[in-house]
Design a protein around this ligand. Structure first.
Ligand code: ADP
Ligand code: MG
Length: 467
């Protein structure tokens, strides 16, 4: 018999390979679904200057306890009604394919949740949403048509809006192992509250209700949409930008200035001379070989400015410390932010905090809380760059004797976090990043040592007074 050939749709691919997006079993899938929905809600609020109010509810089905209904509501920017089907029903569709720090980047997360729900319980996703400037509310029940990777709308309704509500409510029912995942989920919510101390998060589950009220009304400066850095390009990016520029007269110099981060007239001229190009060459006339030469030269030119951090949105030491104090309730806490840096054309900023004593339980090792773009990372700690650094440090230099009540918090912000997989759980040890993380961790550790030395001295004085 001869082979039969056909293509595979992206939805079909992820249906077959759920593990790579973190949906490997009912326990992990429930955790991952909570995460995808909460992260979308936070992106839809704080990225747009809205103080987040997020309501998360987990309910077990009365007759079938393995069926879990999850509902997440937010006060975000909402989704235009006509975009709702694609946004929830088409793998690789979204609004975050730009140079800007957000939690989501792939346009995949919520579709994985929809896929998982429909394949385990057969139920569609319910979505209700309204944008800030719209006078209607859209409501949908939809599936993904897996073989075609398009939304299949089961029901829809567009209503006039009578209140001034904006935001999104999402509800889906999936097979989830609640008992096995509840600890992780609670941990995830708690850590999300730590890294977003300006958010109010209400979490209801079969175990009861938790309310994390915001401890600050101050939002970090929202990230701006930026341009590519010249070091981060390849031939396809160049082709795409040239096609989109839609301008037959654009010169190479003009192209570089318009589409790239930190490229002014002077540096564009200097680069083009260095790379052996005529600045007034029309970009439309560049051949593939020219594009290859241009991309290589852009990567190797030593004088580009560093990418600016306007696309990033770190917390800053004050807010980070507030978050750490409110959730870990330590006796001592301190936080630092490192200056912006970059790797391969992507800007990044590292923040770190250390907390000691109080309600932190003494442990044989440093309790590590990792975050990336304000997302808690809970799995795969063993292969994460932060763990590697923490384990390589001799903590006795900092007056820590284990078992000790000490927690280290690391936060990496970047327009491209070097995750080890699409499930976004561990960060790779890119040298530039590792370097910054180590400086930040050692910096807060030094401050802890100063604090512990003071305590020691105080005790010594007291002991002398007593004897
Ligand atoms: P990603 O978050 O990586 O972009 P998702 O599949 O999770 O991918 O979401 C797709 C898109 O749906 C997002 O880019 C966003 O535009 C929109 N979206 C999802 N959830 C919300 C929400 N709660 N509020 C507003 N927009 C949302
Ligand atoms: Mg998402």
């Amino acid at each position: 018999m001869s082979e039969k050939y056909r293509g595979l749709s992206p939805a079909e691919f992820f249906h077959r390979n759920k593990e790579i997006a973190g949906f490997s079993n009912p326990s992990r899938a429930l955790y991952q679904t909570v995460r995808e929905l909460v992260e979308n809600s936070l992106d839809a609020t704080e990225t747009h200057g809205i103080l987040p109010y997020i309501d998360v509810e987990v309910r077990l089905h009365e007759d079938r306890p393995e069926w879990v209904t999850l509902r997440v509501a937010d006060n975000g920017i909402g989704i235009p009604a006509h975009e709702i089907p694609n946004v929830f029903g088409r793998v690789f569709y979204g609004s975050k394919y730009v140079v800007r720090q957000t939690r989501g980047v792939f346009g995949l997360g919520v579709k994985m949740a929809v896929l998982y729900a429909q394949m385990t319980t057969g139920k569609p996703i319910y979505v209700k949403s309204s944008t800030r400037d719209s006078d209607v509310v859209g409501e949908y029940l939809l599936y993904i048509d897996i073989s075609r990777n398009i939304p299949h709308v089961q029901k829809m309704r567009i209503k006039k809006k009578n209140k001034n509500w904006h935001g999104t409510i999402v509800r889906l029912t999936l097979e989830g192992a609640w008992l096995q995942s509840k600890k992780r989920i609670e941990d995830y919510i708690r850590r999300t509250a730590l890294i977003s101390p300006y958010a109010t998060i209400r979490y209801r589950s079969p175990d009861g209700e938790l309310l994390f009220e915001r401890v600050s009304k101050e939002l970090p400066e929202p990230p701006q949409i930026g341009k590519y850095h010249p070091k981060g390009v390849d031939i396809e990016i160049l082709k795409d930008l040239i096609r989109r520029s839609n301008n037959n007269d654009m010169t190479l110099a003009g192209f570089l200035e318009k589409y790239f981060e930190g490229v002014g007239e002077k540096i564009a001229q200097e680069f083009l001379t260095w790379a052996g190009f005529q600045p007034d060459t029309k970009v439309k006339e560049l051949k593939l070989a020219d594009l290859e030469k241009l991309a290589t030269a852009m990567k190797n030119f030593p004088k580009w400015r560093r990418p600016r951090p306007l696309t990033l949105s770190p917390l800053g030491p004050e807010l980070l410390k507030k978050g750490v104090k409110s959730i870990l309730k330590p006796e001592f806490a301190t936080a630092v932010i490192r200056p912006p840096s970059s790797y391969g054309g992507h800007a990044f900023i590292v923040e770190a905090a250390i907390a000691y004593g109080g309600e932190i339980p003494p442990q044989d090792n440093v309790l590590l809380l990792r975050f990336a773009n304000k997302m808690p990372l809970l799995y795969d700690e063993g292969v994460d760059v932060s763990r590697k650094i923490v384990d390589s440090i001799d903590w006795s230099i900092y007056k820590i004797k284990f078992p000790a009540p000490v927690a280290v918090v690391t936060h990496v912000c970047s327009t491209k976090i070097p995750f080890k997989g699409v499930g976004k759980e561990a960060i790779a040890d890119v040298p530039e990043l590792e370097h910054e993380l180590e400086i930040a961790i050692r910096d807060v550790a030094r401050r802890l040592r100063i604090y512990l030395s003071k305590l020691e001295k105080m005790y010594e004085v007291k002991r002398k007074e007593v004897t």
